[in-house]
Design a protein around this ligand. Structure first.
Ligand code: HEC
Ligand code: HEC
Ligand code: HEC
Ligand code: HEC
Ligand code: HEC
Length: 385
């Protein structure tokens, strides 16, 4: 018993001496990263700009440069609203230091250099405690000599990497309530939708650093469906469903607005356009915007006047989510955004003067963006004859 203990102590001391003598690395429990043990590199990282990564990660750098992360500081809209970042509160998310410096899920500190790099490579990958770039791996032998001193860490896959900036308007809270956030066949985290798999030169799979979302028409269209059918003489039914967005649609930013519009072709050949509904999280000052369908399953009636050509009556139903649990935590009660899996259904009775209806679903980056600048998500025409 005692000799076993002695052997253990001797072995430990031998290991310790070898370990200290070898000198190049040490192992620490790095609480700032994903919880696992990471090596602390002997040499500090000698890189300071995301542009230096291009020599070896050219494709990633090109994607990132075209992304909104790279433009988080230079974005004219952000510059305008922050009065050229006179408002210092905007800096931690739009010109950040590494997230792993303050730790997952904690807000990063602000950076004071490389303004044109916005949310840069260091923000997501650099673990200052270890002087290394953390990635998902698996790494090859080439990693040992790489100047970025890469190592594998769970931190890169944690949603705590995105949350400190992106939960600003409760995107994470919304996502957590969907079945995407549960283990199972439907499971999809932020990266599952926003970092699609791409082929890198050399055949290795990579993940897109473009982070497609609200500025990407294909991504926008994948998030929502528009259906319509004629139900009988003068009757149509329309359904708008959040079918592929992992959180409320439209998402996050109070600037965004999605409009369901109808253009009615009348018997005399004239056309009249009306907005049927608007989905959006209103600005704090827009007290007049009320969410009239506060609970799933609720409904209301409305009417659209076509002037002398009559009136369209609407029965609007907020249907319960399919494929997702009901959203129970609602941060903004007046929002008319559509939670994941929910449908807004419109049962419409049209006056006899209407011959056809063209339905259009527009995505606006801000509520006053005109149709010709907005993204037309889906369009369909219903003929009543
Ligand atoms: C807690 C982090 C955080 C802070 C603080 C923050 N932002 Fe942002 N901001 C974000 C994130 C994340 C996005 C991207 C999400 C989105 O587009 O909805 C964003 C997007 C924006 C956009 C939209 C850009 C576009 O694509 O149209 C504007 C404008 C903006 N922020 C301005 C500001 C201003 C001004 C401040 C300071 C008053 C500020 N932000 C403070 C995290 C933050
Ligand atoms: C001189 C070439 C070189 C430069 C410059 C370089 N890297 Fe690397 N990087 C590598 C190599 C080689 C690997 C390992 C690839 C492998 O194992 O197949 C790597 C791996 C990585 C990984 C891990 C990827 C994964 O699969 O998980 C990350 C993250 C990374 N680098 C980030 C950076 C960043 C950020 C910069 C710029 C600050 C940078 N690198 C600059 C060569 C480089
Ligand atoms: C340090 C803060 C920060 C971190 C960390 C961060 N982001 Fe962002 N992200 C931003 C800001 C700020 C913007 C908007 C920049 C702009 O439009 O001016 C943005 C934009 C985006 C967009 C594009 C939105 C659009 O307008 O098209 C997506 C998608 C996104 N981030 C996803 C992620 C994901 C997923 C993660 C985690 C892997 C992540 N972000 C980590 C701050 C951050
Ligand atoms: C099932 C796929 C899916 C998942 C999971 C998902 N998203 Fe999205 N996201 C979308 C789609 C589709 C859009 C575009 C539609 C929209 O803007 O509402 C989008 C839009 C966004 C935007 C753009 C907001 C804006 O107004 O510019 C941000 C930021 C974003 N997502 C962040 C996240 C974050 C953070 C997570 C994880 C908590 C996440 N997303 C999970 C599909 C997904
Ligand atoms: C908003 C956070 C974010 C930013 C900014 C970011 N990355 Fe990544 N990166 C990730 C995540 C998350 C993964 C791992 C995705 C996965 O495989 O699960 C990743 C994966 C990688 C990989 C391996 C996969 C591939 O696509 O080849 C490399 C290399 C890499 N990043 C380099 C960079 C470089 C270089 C930059 C700056 C130009 C950068 N990253 C900026 C979050 C980010």
């Amino acid at each position: 018993m005692r000799s076993a203990l002695l052997i253990a102590v001797v072995l430990f001391l031998a290991w310790l001496i070898w370990h200290l003598a070898s000198g190049d690395t040490a192992t620490v429990a790095n609480t700032g990263a994903g919880g696992e043990e990471l090596r602390v590199m002997a040499t500090p990282l000698r890189m300071s700009s995301s542009l230096e990564c291009a020599a070896c990660h050219a494709e990633v750098v090109a994607e990132w440069k075209a992304s909104w992360h790279a433009q988080a500081y230079t974005d004219p809209e952000v510059q305008r609203l922050s009065r050229g970042f006179e408002d210092k509160d905007c800096l931690p998310c739009h010109l950040p230091r590494p997230v792993l410096e303050t730790g997952l899920a904690n807000r990063p500190l602000e950076r004071d250099r490389r303004h044109d790099e916005g949310v840069d490579c260091f923000t997501c990958h650099f673990a200052p405690h270890t002087a290394s770039m953390v990635g998902k791996g698996p790494l090859t032998a080439a990693a040992a000599l790489a100047p970025c001193q890469p190592q594998v860490s769970n931190a890169i896959s944690s949603m705590g990497l995105c949350a400190p900036c992106h939960n600003q308007h409760k995107v994470h809270e919304e996502w957590k309530q969907t079945s995407y956030a549960q283990p199972g066949p439907n499971a999809k985290d932020c990266n599952g939708c926003h970092m699609p798999v791409v082929q890198r030169a050399g055949g290795r799979p990579g993940r897109s650093h473009l982070f497609p979302a609200s500025h990407d028409a294909v991504m926008l269209r994948s998030g929502v469906t528009l259906e319509g059918r004629v139900t009988g003489p003068g009757g149509i039914e329309i359904a708008v469903t959040n079918s592929g967005t992992g959180h409320n649609f439209p998402t996050d930013e109070r600037h965004r607005a999605v409009d369901l519009e109808a253009t009615f072709t009348l018997k005399d050949g004239s056309r009249v356009s009306r907005r049927i509904d608007r989905y959006r999280n209103p600005y704090r000052t827009e007290f007049e915007i009320k969410n009239l369908l506060r609970t799933p399953g609720s409904s209301r009636d409305a009417a659209l006047s076509l002037g002398a050509s009559g009136e369209v009556t609407l029965h609007i139903v907020r249907e319960e989510a399919r494929g997702h649990p009901p959203q129970t935590i609602v941060a903004y009660p007046e929002t008319t955004q559509i939670p994941a899996g929910e449908t807004r259904r419109y049962v419409a009775a049209l006056p006899p003067s209407v011959q056809a209806v063209q339905l259009s679903l527009y995505y606006r980056l801000q509520p006053y963006q005109p149709d010709h600048e907005a993204t037309l998500l889906h369009e369909l025409t219903l003929s009543l004859h």
